[in-house]
Design a protein around this ligand. Structure first.
Ligand SMILES: NC(=O)c1ccc[n+]([C@@H]2O[C@H](COP(=O)([O-])OP(=O)(O)OC[C@H]3O[C@@H](n4cnc5c(N)ncnc54)[C@H](OP(=O)(O)O)[C@@H]3O)[C@@H](O)[C@H]2O)c1
Length: 287
C-alpha cells in the first residue's frame, strides 16, 4: 500500500515537495486556504483539500491516516504584515499542533516543519549553528521560534518532528541572481556588509525527502554553502556580466530586521545529506 503524505500549504515549496513525493509513489494530500487554487491542486495531489488552520471551523481531518507531513505555511497576503505573521506562525501553527495531538488514530507520523534561518538575526557575521541562540530581540523572530517550539513539543515515539531552517529560496520562478543584477548601478536601502543564507528549491525538496526517510528529529539548518555579504554576492553576479555594482548602504536602517550570520549546514551534511546546488554562483552538481 502506498505511504500517505500530506502537505499543509501547497505554495512555492509545498507544491515542489508534493510533486516530487507523488513521483516517488506516495499518495498525496495537499491543502490550500480557499477555493481559488483547488483546481490547480487537483492536478498536483491525489486528495486536494481546503484548510485554513486557525479558522474556527477548520477541518483537520486531512491529517488523519498520514505517514508523513510537511508544514509549509506562510502569509500570502501583503496587507498588515505583522498581523499576517501572527495569524500564520501564532494562531495557525498552534491550531495545527493541537489537531495533530488529537489525531484519532495512533499511527506513526513524521512531521517536517519549514522555518527560516532568518531567526538567527544579528550574529555579527559569525558562524552560526543550530546550537546558536536565535535573535529574539526581533518580534518576528520570537514568533517564528515560538512556532518551531510548538511543533517540536509534539515529539513522541509516535510523532517524530523536525524543523528545517531555510535560507532565502532561489530556483525556478524565483530567479534571485537576475533580481540582484536588476539593481546593478542603483542604491539599495539595505546593509551591504551583512551575510545572508540561501538555498535552492530542489535542495529543499531533497532535504524534506531526506528528513522523511531518516525520520529526522530536532532542528537542522537547510542552507547552501554560500556565506557572502550582500555586497560580495552582488559584485560577483554583476562582474560576471560586466555590470556596474549594486550600491548598498553601510549601516542598518532603524527598525530593520537584521540577518547577518554565516549559517552552517554541517549538521545536516553530517547526517549524510548532500547539496545539489552549493551556491547560486556555481553550476548544479550532477545527479
Ligand atoms: N520564500 C522564502 O525565501 C523562505 C525563506 C525561508 C523560509 N521560508 C519558509 O518556507 C515555507 C514555505 O514558503 P513558500 O515560499 O512556499 O510560501 P508560499 O508560496 O507563500 O506558500 C504558503 C502556503 O501556506 C498556505 N497558508 C497560508 N496561511 C495558511 C493557514 N492559515 N492554514 C493553512 N495554510 C496556510 C498558503 O495557502 P494558499 O495556497 O491559499 O495561498 C500557501 O499554500 C514557509 O514556512 C516559509 O516561512 C521561505
Amino acid at each position: 500500500m502506498a505511504k500517505r503524505f500530506g502537505v499543509v500549504g501547497c505554495g512555492y515549496v509545498g507544491t515542489a515537495v508534493a510533486l516530487h513525493l507523488r513521483q516517488q509513489g506516495y499518495e498525496l494530500t495537499g491543502t490550500t486556504t480557499g477555493p481559488s487554487r483547488l483546481a490547480e491542486l487537483c492536478d498536483l495531489v491525489d486528495h486536494p483539500r481546503i484548510l485554513c488552520a486557525g479558522d474556527p471551523g477548520a477541518d483537520f481531518s486531512v491529517l488523519d491516516d498520514l505517514d508523513g507531513l510537511l508544514i509549509s505555511m506562510a502569509p500570502t497576503t501583503a496587507n498588515n504584515k505583522e498581523d499576517q505573521y501572527r495569524a500564520v506562525y501564532g494562531e495557525a501553527v498552534t491550531a495545527l499542533v493541537e489537531a495533530l495531538r488529537r489525531r484519532p488514530r495512533e499511527q506513526a507520523l513524521h512531521v517536517s516543519y519549514l522555518s527560516s534561518a532568518g531567526i538567527y538575526g544579528d550574529q555579527s557575521g559569525a558562524i552560526t549553528t543550530e546550537q546558536s541562540p536565535p535573535d529574539l530581540s526581533n518580534t518576528t523572530n520570537a514568533l517564528l521560534v515560538q512556532a518551531e517550539n510548538a511543533v517540536l513539543d509534539l515529539n513522541t515515539p509516535m510523532i517524530q518532528t523536525c524543523v528545517l531552517r531555510l535560507g532565502g529560496i532561489y530556483g525556478p520562478g524565483n530567479d534571485i541572481p537576475s533580481f540582484i543584477r536588476s539593481a546593478s548601478g542603483q542604491p539599495v536601502a539595505k546593509n551591504g556588509n551583512h551575510i545572508n543564507a540561501w538555498v535552492h528549491l530542489d535542495d529543499i525538496v531533497r532535504g524534506v525527502d531526506f528528513a522523511l526517510q531518516l525520520r529526522l528529529q530536532g532542528i537542522y539548518n537547510l542552507v547552501d554553502d554560500l556565506q557572502l555579504t550582500r555586497r560580495e554576492l552582488s559584485n560577483a553576479l554583476c562582474d560576471d556580466e560586466g555590470l556596474p555594482p549594486v550600491i548598498w548602504e553601510n549601516h542598518d536602517r532603524p527598525g530593520a530586521r537584521v540577518f547577518n550570520a554565516r549559517v552552517s549546514n554541517a549538521r545536516l551534511l553530517q547526517m549524510g545529506f548532500s547539496l545539489r546546488t552549493r551556491s547560486m554562483l556555481e553550476p548544479v552538481a550532477a545527479c
